[in-house]
Design a protein around this ligand. Structure first.
Ligand code: COA
Length: 321
């Protein structure tokens, strides 16, 4: 039996930091409101020359160095992003050129929004398990600061920029144990970036993220709870078997509810929300990489990754790291 295993991780965060105090000068909000309602204190913002491609490249090179591989070893590149370099060619094809390799499949996964990383990981995992490829580079990279409306206090306080990458490789020991993906298009309007290709733009605000936050909050808590039950059941595991929750970083109150659902203390949750905000599809690999590099997540531990976002789309991955 062939499994896929995480063999390296990496990340990149832009240098510029925007604090809640900085945002107080842009929209009518307060540091206290943002911390109390979201858990976010600051976020990284890409410089003008930085894009989802430049950040993905930095995170990818770090992950490859960590895995001890060279670009020629890569059998597939998937970049989860809602903010791609271009509509096409994909950010992944741009990255492939920068890495000096050609031939392996390379594509973006930009339709699963904040669940994009888990979707991408699931695809790469299937290819490795089937024996079709041996190594995959799976990246989440986002410049959310370019698609938020900086006059809308209900969204601009939430998001940040960055990239996280993992290298997964074939292994005869269990690594990624299972992935579970879902979507429900009946909730398509709860969170969207409603730019229509080929149609004249009617109002400028179509360029920006739109979200009904409190509705999404309730949906998230509900679907994630069910997702955890499904993931544990599929693997015949109990809540007590989980060592770490590595959640999408959207709101501290959602994450706390999920930790409670798993009976996990918050010390067992990989958290970056306070310093990075919601970096959409980059948030899970960023949190994973940080917890590993900080020496918190250790080899052999059981990790539960979860993501949710526009679509709605959501998914989990259960991993023996
Ligand atoms: N500063 C100050 N007040 C704000 C504000 C801000 N940045 N944003 C919204 N408010 C106000 C609202 O206008 C509203 O005022 P009103 O009662 O006078 O109408 C009040 O705060 C409450 O708004 P509400 O949207 O009900 O707040 P909330 O407790 O649900 O928190 C979110 C808002 C967005 C933080 C929260 O709903 C959330 O995180 N939802 C999930 C979002 C998510 O997961 N997104 C990413 C998915 S990938």
């Amino acid at each position: 039996m062939v499994y896929s295993k995480i063999i390296g991780t990496g990340s990149y965060l832009p240098e510029k930091i925007l604090t809640n105090a900085d945002i107080e000068k842009i929209v009518e909000t307060s540091n206290e409101w943002i911390i109390e309602r979201t858990g976010i204190h600051r976020r990284h913002i890409a410089a003008e020359h930085e894009t989802s491609l430049t950040m993905a490249e930095k995170a990818a090179r770090e992950a490859m160095a960590d895995a001890g591989i060279v670009p020629a070893d890569i059998g597939m590149i998937i970049i989860a992003t809602t903010t791609p370099e271009k509509m096409f060619p994909s950010t992944a094809c741009h990255l492939q050129e920068r890495l000096g390799i050609a031939g392996c499949p390379a594509f973006d996964l930009n339709s699963a929004a904040c669940a994009g990383f888990v979707y991408a990981l699931s695809i790469a995992d299937q290819y490795i398990k089937s024996g079709a490829i041996k190594t995959a580079l799976v990246i989440g990279s986002e410049v959310m600061s370019r698609v938020v409306d900086w006059t809308d206090r209900t969204t601009c306080v939430l998001f940040g920029d960055g990239a996280g990458a993992v290298v997964i490789g074939a292994s005869d020991e269990p690594g990624i144990l299972s992935t579970h993906l879902h979507a429900d298009g009946t909730h398509k309007d709860v969170l969207s970036l409603p730019v229509s290709i080929g149609k004249p733009m009617e109002v400028e605000e179509e360029l920006f993220i739109k979200m009904t936050g409190n509705q999404l909050f309730k949906l998230a808590v509900n679907i994630l709870g069910n997702l955890f039950d499904e993931t544990l059941k599929a693997n015949g595991l109990q809540r007590s078997d989980i060592d770490w929750l590595v959640p999408h970083q959207a709101n501290i109150r959602i994450i706390q509810a999920m930790a409670k659902k798993l009976d996990l203390p918050m010390e067992r949750v990989a958290l970056t929300l306070e310093d990075q905000g919601n970096t959409s599809s980059a948030s899970i690999p960023l949190a994973l990489d940080k917890a590993i590099r900080d020496g918190k997540i250790k080899r052999g531990e059981m990790l539960l990754l979860e993501g949710f976002g526009g679509g709605l789309a959501w998914g989990s991955a259960l991993i023996k790291y």
